[in-house]
Design a protein around this ligand. Structure first.
Ligand SMILES: Nc1ncnc2c1ncn2[C@@H]1O[C@H](COP(=O)(O)OP(=O)(O)O)[C@@H](O)[C@H]1O
Ligand SMILES: [Mg+2]
Length: 240
């Protein structure tokens, strides 16, 4: 990734403090155009904070974030969505009193600035396979369906990059395989991704390129195979 035009997202030296705690302590990551990068690390290492800071939910204290050659550092989240980054939530946050279709429609209106919204919503419903549940209230969905709805809402904003936070947690092995195939399909449509997971098994089904973080900082970047042989990586995973 030596040519800057091949880089879609460049995050450098992020610091995010919560009171005295440095949840991020100089974290950096780059994602190439069209790539999937896995982000792993033990619980509490700062993975969700990375996603929250990149997507503008939290404002970082120090660092830089460039997307598609332009700074998005400290922009509000709706502007970051308009630039082409959206995310899913580790704990799904649907608008519980609205239907699946209404949830996705609102995302399409909020997120994408042009194009046929009806078509966008239909496409997002199809990709995640929730067509039959389109009139169901979000509150009545299973956990797996709520995760799919979160994915559909992000897709309805037409992102160039998707930040996926622990979508695998709490799902059966069959649902996992299904979601992995779906993410591969979404990636093939041209969407780059950071896929956050606490363990590396799910990441392995999507990409061999992984960043491992610990205590808010970078520990390792390379292949999953090399990560699994790296002593520091082994230590942080076995140490918990
Ligand atoms: N909103 C917040 N307020 C205070 N502390 C937070 C907040 N969000 C995260 N943290 C803390 O920051 C650290 C990193 O959390 P998080 O990014 O959720 O880790 P991970 O996703 O890797 O499990 C943890 O110590 C967590 O308790
Ligand atoms: Mg998390």
């Amino acid at each position: 990734m030596s040519h800057s035009e091949d880089v879609l997202l460049r995050v450098d030296g992020l610091v995010k403090k919560f009171g005295e705690l440095k949840a991020l302590n100089g974290f950096s990551i780059t994602v190439g155009k069209g790539k999937i990068v896995g982000l792993a690390g033990p619980n509490g290492s700062g993975k969700t904070t990375v996603i929250n800071v990149i997507s503008g939910i939290y404002k970082p204290d120090v660092g830089s974030i460039e997307f598609d050659g332009k700074s998005i550092y400290r922009l509000p989240s709706h502007k970051i969505v308009h630039r082409g980054i959206n995310r899913t939530f580790q704990v799904p946050k649907p608008l519980a009193g609205l239907t699946v279709l209404q949830n996705i429609s609102i995302a399409a209106i909020y997120g994408s600035q042009a194009g046929n919204k009806t078509e966008t919503v239909k496409e997002a419903l199809e990709i995640v396979g929730l067509e039959d549940a389109k009139d169901t209230l979000a509150a009545n969905l299973t956990l797996a369906q709520q995760k799919l709805l979160g994915l559909a809402r992000a897709l309805a904003t037409k992102p160039k990059m998707l930040l996926v936070d622990e979508i695998a947690a709490g799902l059966s092995s069959q649902e996992l395989q299904w979601i992995a195939d779906m993410l591969i399909h979404i990636h093939k449509s041209g969407i780059s991704m950071i896929v956050v997971e606490h363990l590396m098994g799910f990441i392995d089904s999507l990409t061999s390129d992984v960043v491992v973080m610990n205590a808010g900082a970078n520990l390792f970047r390379g292949s999953i195979e090399d990560a699994s042989r790296n002593e520091e990586v082994i230590e942080v995973f076995l140490g918990r």
